[in-house]
Structures are given as structure tokens and as C-alpha cells.
Design a protein around this ligand. Sequence first.
Ligand SMILES: Nc1ncnc2c1ncn2[C@@H]1O[C@H](COP(=O)(O)OP(=O)(O)OP(=O)(O)O)[C@@H](O)[C@H]1O
Ligand SMILES: [Mg+2]
Length: 255
Amino acid sequence: MGRIIALANQKGGVGKTTSAVNLAAGLGILGKKTLLVDLDPQGSATSSVGVSKKAQRFTIADLLIGGCRSDNAVIHTEFQNLDLIPANITLAATEFDLIEKEDAEARLRRILSTLRDDYDFIVLDCPPSLGMLTINAMVACDNVIIPMQCEYFALEGLVQLMTTIGQLKRRYNPRLVILGILVTMYNGRLALSRDVLAELQKHYPDRVFHAKISRNARLSEAPGFGMPVYYHDDCSQGAKEYLRATKELLERICC
Ligand SMILES: Nc1ncnc2c1ncn2[C@@H]1O[C@H](COP(=O)(O)OP(=O)(O)OP(=O)(O)O)[C@@H](O)[C@H]1O
Ligand SMILES: [Mg+2]
């Protein structure tokens, strides 16, 4: 049965999608059959793996509300062991519609239960909010990875996110475990980055991934080419660091 991992942080632009795409593709490269699920109306994960946001027949919105069969929305990407359930802007209305539905927070869990036997991993890219889509991800997943930039307000946001995850765990999903905090866009030459990292390590000593992701141009270019960074420039620092993070993810699961 595949393990479901959500990339979540209510703060925008911290590297959720970049991490979801490159961890999912990294798992694929390491031989794990992986499904990437785009849960963001922006559809950035969808276009980051070369799938048009406009052309899909079925998206995650059709599964959450329309009751279409889960496997109808799965797209095989051109990348190793990597499938996708896409999203586009229609998901924004879905989030609103979901609120009125019975069992609204458990819809994604039900959808993925019919797919998880087909995969080693299912990776969820959450939107930048703690709304119904992120709640669905938290209720459906086994693990959360929190991508975080080492900036001053990041720590405040992290406390709020940890509190919310704790509440959802108690109420809906007792097996939910935070796999780790993944530092993104790290710049060790900045005192602020170093200070925030030190604070993080002090407060959450076992939670911070040893693998840090530096700011790297190849990582920001790759989505424009519709490919995970390994296929854009395998020798780049971004590719090496995300592959290291993927290996650490596997180690953390085994512990
Ligand atoms: N390590 C990195 N180095 C350079 N650029 C990066 C890196 N990680 C992410 N970016 C860029 O930063 C921007 C935000 O990243 P990303 O889209 O992954 O964040 P997000 O948390 O998913 O954003 P949102 O909250 O809007 O969904 C993007 O333009 C992305 O290409
Ligand atoms: Mg995103």
C-alpha cells in the first residue's frame, strides 16, 4: 500500500510545489512508482511536469466533487515512474462547494484509497492556505513534509501550522506523522538564514531535514520547461540536493 506524503505550508511561495515535484520525480528515479496529486487551483505542479492546465479531461476537482472514477484522472507523465492527477483553476470553486458536502474533509482520503495499492508513494502538493483542500490532504496522508524558507516570519507560521496539524491528527487522522521540515531556498551567507535555521534546529531537533535546498536557478527554470530539475540539468546543485532530500525521506520513513 502506497505511502501518502503531503507538502504543506500555509505560507505562499516557500517551495511546496518545487519540493512536491522534485521529491516525487526523485522517488520515481529511485525506482518507486509515484503519483503526484496537484491540490492547488494554480496548477503549478501540473505544468511543472509538462501537462497543460487547459487540456485535461478530468482533474482532481472532478474526483472531489463530480464523482468521476479516480483512475480516469491519472495521467502518465514522460518521466520515470511518475504519474499525475492534475489541477487547474476549476479547483477554486470546488473548494467552496466542498464545504457544503457531507464528509467534506475525508473526500480525498476516499479517492486515494482506491489508488494507493497501485503506487509506492503518493505526493500531494497543497495550496498556500489552511482551507478545505489542505485539510483534505492532512486527513488523507500518512506524513507531512513542511517546506520552509529561513525568514523571520516563517517561525510564527510554523507554530500555527504545527497546531493545526495537531488538531487534525487528534480529530481525523491519528496516524499522521510530520516527517520533517525541509529548508528551501537556503542561503548560508545570510546571517538571518543561519539564525533561523539554528532556531529551527533548537525547537525541532529531530524534525529538520539534514538535506537543505539552496537557492538555485535551475530549480526556478525547470517548471518553464515542464520538467523536474533532474531532466532539465541533472548535474545542477538543485538536482543533487533534491535527490539527497529524496534519499533522506526514504531513510526517515524506515526509522
Ligand atoms: N531552491 C530554489 N531556488 C530557486 N528558486 C526556487 C527554489 N525553490 C522554489 N523556487 C522558486 O520560487 C517560487 C516559489 O516556489 P514554489 O512555487 O515551489 O512555492 P509554493 O510554496 O508552491 O508557492 P505557492 O504557495 O504559491 O503554491 C517559484 O518561482 C519557484 O520556481
Ligand atoms: Mg505551490
